[in-house]
Design a protein around this ligand. Structure first.
Ligand SMILES: Cc1cc2nc3c(=O)[nH]c(=O)nc-3n(C[C@H](O)[C@H](O)[C@H](O)COP(=O)(O)OP(=O)(O)OC[C@H]3O[C@@H](n4cnc5c(N)ncnc54)[C@H](O)[C@@H]3O)c2cc1C
Ligand SMILES: *[C@@H]1O[C@H](CO)[C@@H](O)[C@H](O)[C@H]1NC(C)=O
Ligand SMILES: *[C@@H]1O[C@H](CO)[C@@H](O)[C@H](O)[C@H]1NC(C)=O
Ligand SMILES: *[C@@H]1O[C@H](CO)[C@@H](O)[C@H](O)[C@H]1NC(C)=O
Ligand SMILES: *[C@@H]1O[C@H](CO)[C@@H](O)[C@H](O)[C@H]1NC(C)=O
Ligand SMILES: *[C@@H]1O[C@H](CO)[C@@H](O)[C@H](O)[C@H]1NC(C)=O
Ligand SMILES: *[C@@H]1O[C@H](CO)[C@@H](O)[C@H](O)[C@H]1NC(C)=O
Ligand SMILES: *[C@@H]1O[C@H](CO)[C@@H](O)[C@H](O)[C@H]1NC(C)=O
Ligand SMILES: *[C@@H]1O[C@H](CO)[C@@H](O)[C@H](O)[C@H]1NC(C)=O
Ligand SMILES: *[C@@H]1O[C@H](CO)[C@@H](O)[C@H](O)[C@H]1NC(C)=O
Ligand SMILES: *[C@@H]1O[C@H](CO)[C@@H](O)[C@H](O)[C@H]1NC(C)=O
Length: 769
């Protein structure tokens, strides 16, 4: 659950390590000394120079772009939303530019306040365009953001290979950027005593300390190298797939290395990102279930992967450290051949049982056994009871998913987030055969034809050039998630040709690609699915919307905070979902599709002409799951950012028909519940109009599956029935990428059962270490 739109895809972030950091350079055209970067993919240079005064409110910036750049943007606070944005493009011999503002991941609009002046060294020639500008009243902007000339900051850039709609109009609309990136900047490095001269168009006398002369910025440092330790199994990514595989393989006596690009999450793992009120108890945002909604409103959201255009967790636990933790034991149909699984996977129950033993579900996470904030559930139960639904304990009846509702179930333990991090990871960590390294980014597997010999990382302390080798007969398991695993495969020369060519176009990654004769063509990224989800927002006088979760981080209700700190009970022991329901639908095309509902107090957004009481809002999210036919495609840009090349939501007309039917059914008897009001959509819109107007990317549920599908043939699958990548000898995938089609419920329960089964199959497969 939860959706995020595209464009820069991010909010501000602090404390992240950047691929690029601004460094001083001299523009040989005008002689000005800027602090900036040249992005290695598109060759665009971004520079800034500030006056030597800590109170200055202006700066000079420049963008030097090859003519292939149709428009270029800069976000001066590193975020798209609530940030000062600048866009520029060439028009004939002129540069057209404007400052912009965005309140969401949509077209940024005009932003008044700053004064932009084009400086004379701007130019358009046959190969480049250059925009040198003075930006006055540009170091602070509405909402409190700004540039501190004495501090550090983050800039984001956006690049497009598609021209704007009206190049002569500074306020022209344009399509979403083709790529984006970030760089860190230390503003004192950008201060220059010649600033006033620059405004006059002359470079003045370069300060003797600033003698840098080239625009080159990123130098590859060859750090200390250690003699590398080889492993039986190298597992890439510490999400649920990777953690479970690592635990089971180390348990079997194998020497296992688990590599994770992010850092600690929960306090138990060394995490320290505590809410002000949880510090005394040493509990992080990731520990306290009731802080879940604050993951989406925190301006310092360092846990999201910054190079993926959808929410994905880049920290220990992956998605399971940041998800809603809705946890369903899989239905038998989730592993059926009808749902795309090889016949050999149908008997999932032994693996599901192993999972249940390690990680039981609870539908009453508060340690006192009581349920809290249940008003929305009670209202929806009244609606559903009149539609022939019955009340069950969902995880006692995993196969029963038609006309049923029950309390939401989670993998919380003792009132705290648990998941695989508090269970499987802890047992693995205790074994001498298990090694865990965080903040290590894997770019590719290193291979000799079909045989993988190691993985390439960005950590030269792990081996020469950062390469970690395998023992003889050793194996690599990719568990980097539905976007991360495809990206590693593409960089390893495995996938559709167009994606490997995108890697080839990247100067760094391209240099490490295997020879074209060794490329392995597989449908990586193709045929992915994610639940399309639509929010219906209601009000009812019985509801406690809990301030829409806005105060849970910094200003919680004192009694609830105290209760949680004292005994891990009360509202904070649970996440926002309260009730779930399912219904089966036959489709015109003969496929049975399942609709799932999730009920929670509060709402992500309200759009209504009705007067309403914001303290009484709640949401029913209706999504389509097993049986959906819509598929999309996951891929990368040449900047190696992962994205959806084709959106997977409602591309199939029968999917849309069924989802609309499900929405109508939910809304059918609203009037039978006194004072229950549907406010979004409001009566000015039909459900059909509402769905038609829904921004497709906000239908995202972050339940991506199928980007490295399991199957029986290399023509339509990426891994075989042992989770081994086709046409390789020793490369495996264990994460949501292998799931061929969506399960009935939110996927991580099914995924963890699948990881148990995959680990068993990999151990049983002959030829390993
Ligand atoms: C906001 C949100 C809410 C969700 N809510 C629910 C829910 O309530 N219930 C549910 O069942 N599912 C939910 N999901 C989905 C669920 O979390 C995912 O299906 C699940 O986490 C997928 O697990 P995975 O092992 O495939 O990958 P991930 O969990 O994505 O883990 C991949 C790991 O690999 C690491 N990694 C990636 N690339 C590299 C690299 N190159 N080098 C090193 N490490 C790398 C990442 O940092 C990450 O730790 C939600 C997801 C999100 C994002
Ligand atoms: C600007 O701030 C820095 C650090 O805060 C300080 O060292 C410097 O002296 C200040 N410069 C001026 C001109 O005030
Ligand atoms: C500076 O910009 C802000 C908006 O960021 C605007 O409100 C303010 O009026 C501007 N000040 C001047 C002096 O133009
Ligand atoms: C065009 O301008 C750019 C930026 O100043 C410069 O690097 C490039 O050499 C120029 N090209 C030509 C053909 O003059
Ligand atoms: C794994 O650990 C056990 C002891 O816990 C040891 O006997 C065995 O040799 C180890 N295996 C490897 C491959 O290191
Ligand atoms: C926080 O708790 C964890 C265990 O849950 C412990 O390892 C860590 O040292 C504690 N940190 C502090 C600052 O108390
Ligand atoms: C549903 O059943 C459970 C378990 O029997 C019970 O605790 C709960 O009150 C029931 N809910 C409703 C709305 O009847
Ligand atoms: C490797 O990448 C990770 C993730 O981006 C980062 O945190 C880490 O600092 C990098 N390591 C090195 C040595 O650059
Ligand atoms: C809000 O609803 C109106 C119709 O009631 C619609 O025209 C408009 O596009 C909606 N706005 C958003 C942001 O969805
Ligand atoms: C709005 O709802 C809250 C909570 O139910 C209630 O206390 C308040 O009186 C309501 N406000 C109005 C204006 O009805
Ligand atoms: C519905 O609202 C009206 C006034 O708005 C109130 O008189 C009535 O008691 C409410 N009914 C219920 C069941 O809450």
């Amino acid at each position: 659950m939860k959706s995020k739109r595209l464009l820069f895809s991010l909010l501000p972030f602090v404390g992240t390590a950047f691929a690029q950091v601004a460094a001083p350079y001299t523009d040989s055209g005008n002689g000005f000394v800027f602090d900036g970067i040249t992005d290695p993919t598109y060759g665009v240079t971004y520079g800034i120079v500030l006056p030597q005064a800590n109170t200055s409110t202006e700066f000079i910036g420049e963008i030097v772009a090859p003519i292939a750049a149709k428009w270029v943007g800069v976000a001066f606070g590193g975020a798209m939303i609530g940030d000062l944005l600048l866009v520029a493009w060439p028009n004939g011999n002129d540069i057209v530019a404007s400052t912009r503002w965005a309140t969401d991941y949509i077209q940024p609009t005009e932003y008044d306040g700053p004064t932009l002046t084009t400086l004379p060294s701007s130019l358009v020639n046959s190969t480049h365009w250059k925009y040198v500008y003075r930006c006055q009243n540009c170091t602070s902007w509405q909402g409190g953001g700004g540039i501190d000339p004495t501090g550090t900051g983050v800039f984001a850039w956006a690049y497009s290979s598609v021209g704007v709609d009206d190049p002569s109009d500074p306020e022209s609309t344009f399509q979403e950027h083709t790529d984006f990136g970030f760089f860190g900047i230390n503003f004192p490095d950008a201060q220059n005593s010649n600033y006033q001269n620059y405004l006059q168009g002359n470079p003045g006398t370069p300060p003797s300390s600033t003698t840098t002369t080239t625009t080159s910025t990123s130098t590859t440092t060859t750090g200390p190298t250690a003699s590398a330790t080889p492993y039986d199994y190298i597992i890439v990514g510490a999400g649920p797939g990777g953690i479970i595989a690592a635990d089971r393989l180390s348990e079997a006596g194998k020497k296992v290395l688990l590599l994770e690009r992010g850092g600690p999450s929960t306090a138990e793992t060394g995490g320290t990102y505590d809410a002000p009120w949880t510090q005394s108890a040493n509990l992080t945002k990731f520990d306290v279930p009731g802080l879940f909604e604050s993951l989406f409103t925190d301006p310092n959201d360092w846990w999201w992967c910054k190079d993926i255009t959808f929410f994905a967790g880049c920290l220990l636990g992956g998605g399971t450290s940041v998800n809603g933790a809705l946890y369903w034991y899989p239905a038998d149909s989730d592993f059926s051949t009808e749902n795309g699984w090889p016949q050999s996977w149908a008997n999932h129950q032994p693996y599901t049982s192993k999972l249940q033993q390690r990680l039981p579900s609870t539908d009453h996470p508060s340690t006192d056994g009581k349920r809290y904030l249940e008003e929305s559930a009670n209202v929806v139960v009244q609606l559903l009871s009149k539609q022939g639904y019955s009340n069950i304990t969902i995880n006692d009846n995993p196969n029963s998913k038609d006309h049923v509702y029950g309390y939401s179930a989670f993998d919380f333990i003792n009132g705290e987030r648990a998941g695989p991090v508090a269970t499987y990871f802890q047992t693995a960590k205790a074994r001498p055969n298990f090694t865990y390294k965080d903040y290590v980014l894997v770019s590719q597997v290193v291979r000799n034809g079909a045989t993988i010999t190691g993985v390439r990382t960005n950590d030269t302390s792990l081996g020469p050039n950062g390469i970690v080798p395998l023992n003889p007969n050793g194996r690599v398991i990719l568990s980097a998630g539905s976007f991360g695993t495809p990206r590693i495969l593409f960089q390893s020369g495995i996938g559709p040709t167009d994606m490997i060519q995108a890697v080839q176009a990247n100067p760094t990654a391209g240099a490490n690609l295997p020879a074209q004769s060794d490329w392995i063509n597989l449908p990586v990224g193709q045929g992915v699915s994610d639940n399309p989800s639509i929010n219906l927002v209601f009000t009812h006088p019985s509801i406690d919307a809990y301030e829409n979760w806005a105060d849970v981080w910094s200003d919680p209700r004192p009694a609830d905070a105290q209760q949680y700190l004292t005994s891990r009970s009360g509202v904070f022991a649970g996440a926002s979902p309260k009730l779930n329901f399912w219904r089966a639908y036959g489709g015109n095309d003969g496929f049975t599709r399942y609709a799932q509902g999730t009920v929670r107090p509060g709402a992500a957004s309200v759009n209504t002409s009705l007067p309403y009481n914001a303290s009484q809002i709640f949401t029913i999210t209706v999504y389509l799951s097993q049986g959906i036919q819509s598929r999309g495609r996951v891929g990368i840009t040449s900047g190696l950012n992962a994205q959806a090349i084709t959106n997977p939501w409602l591309t199939d007309t029968d999917d849309k028909t069924v989802l609309l039917q499900a929405l109508h059914d939910v809304a059918d008897n609203i009037k039978s519940i006194p004072n229950l009001t549907l406010i979004t959509p409001d009566p000015t819109m039909t459900l059909e109009q509402y769905v038609d107007a829904y921004d497709p990317s906000t239908m995202c549920s972050n339940h991506w599956v199928g980007s490295a599908k399991i199957g029986t043939s290399a023509s339509n699958a990426v891994v075989d029935q042992n989770a081994k990548v086709f046409n390789t000898n020793n490369l495996f995938v264990v994460d949501a990428s292998i799931i061929p089609a969506l399960p009935i419920g939110n996927p991580h329960g099914q995924l963890m059962s699948a990881a148990e089964q995959a680990a068993a199959k990999i151990l049983a497969l002959a030829g390993g270490p």
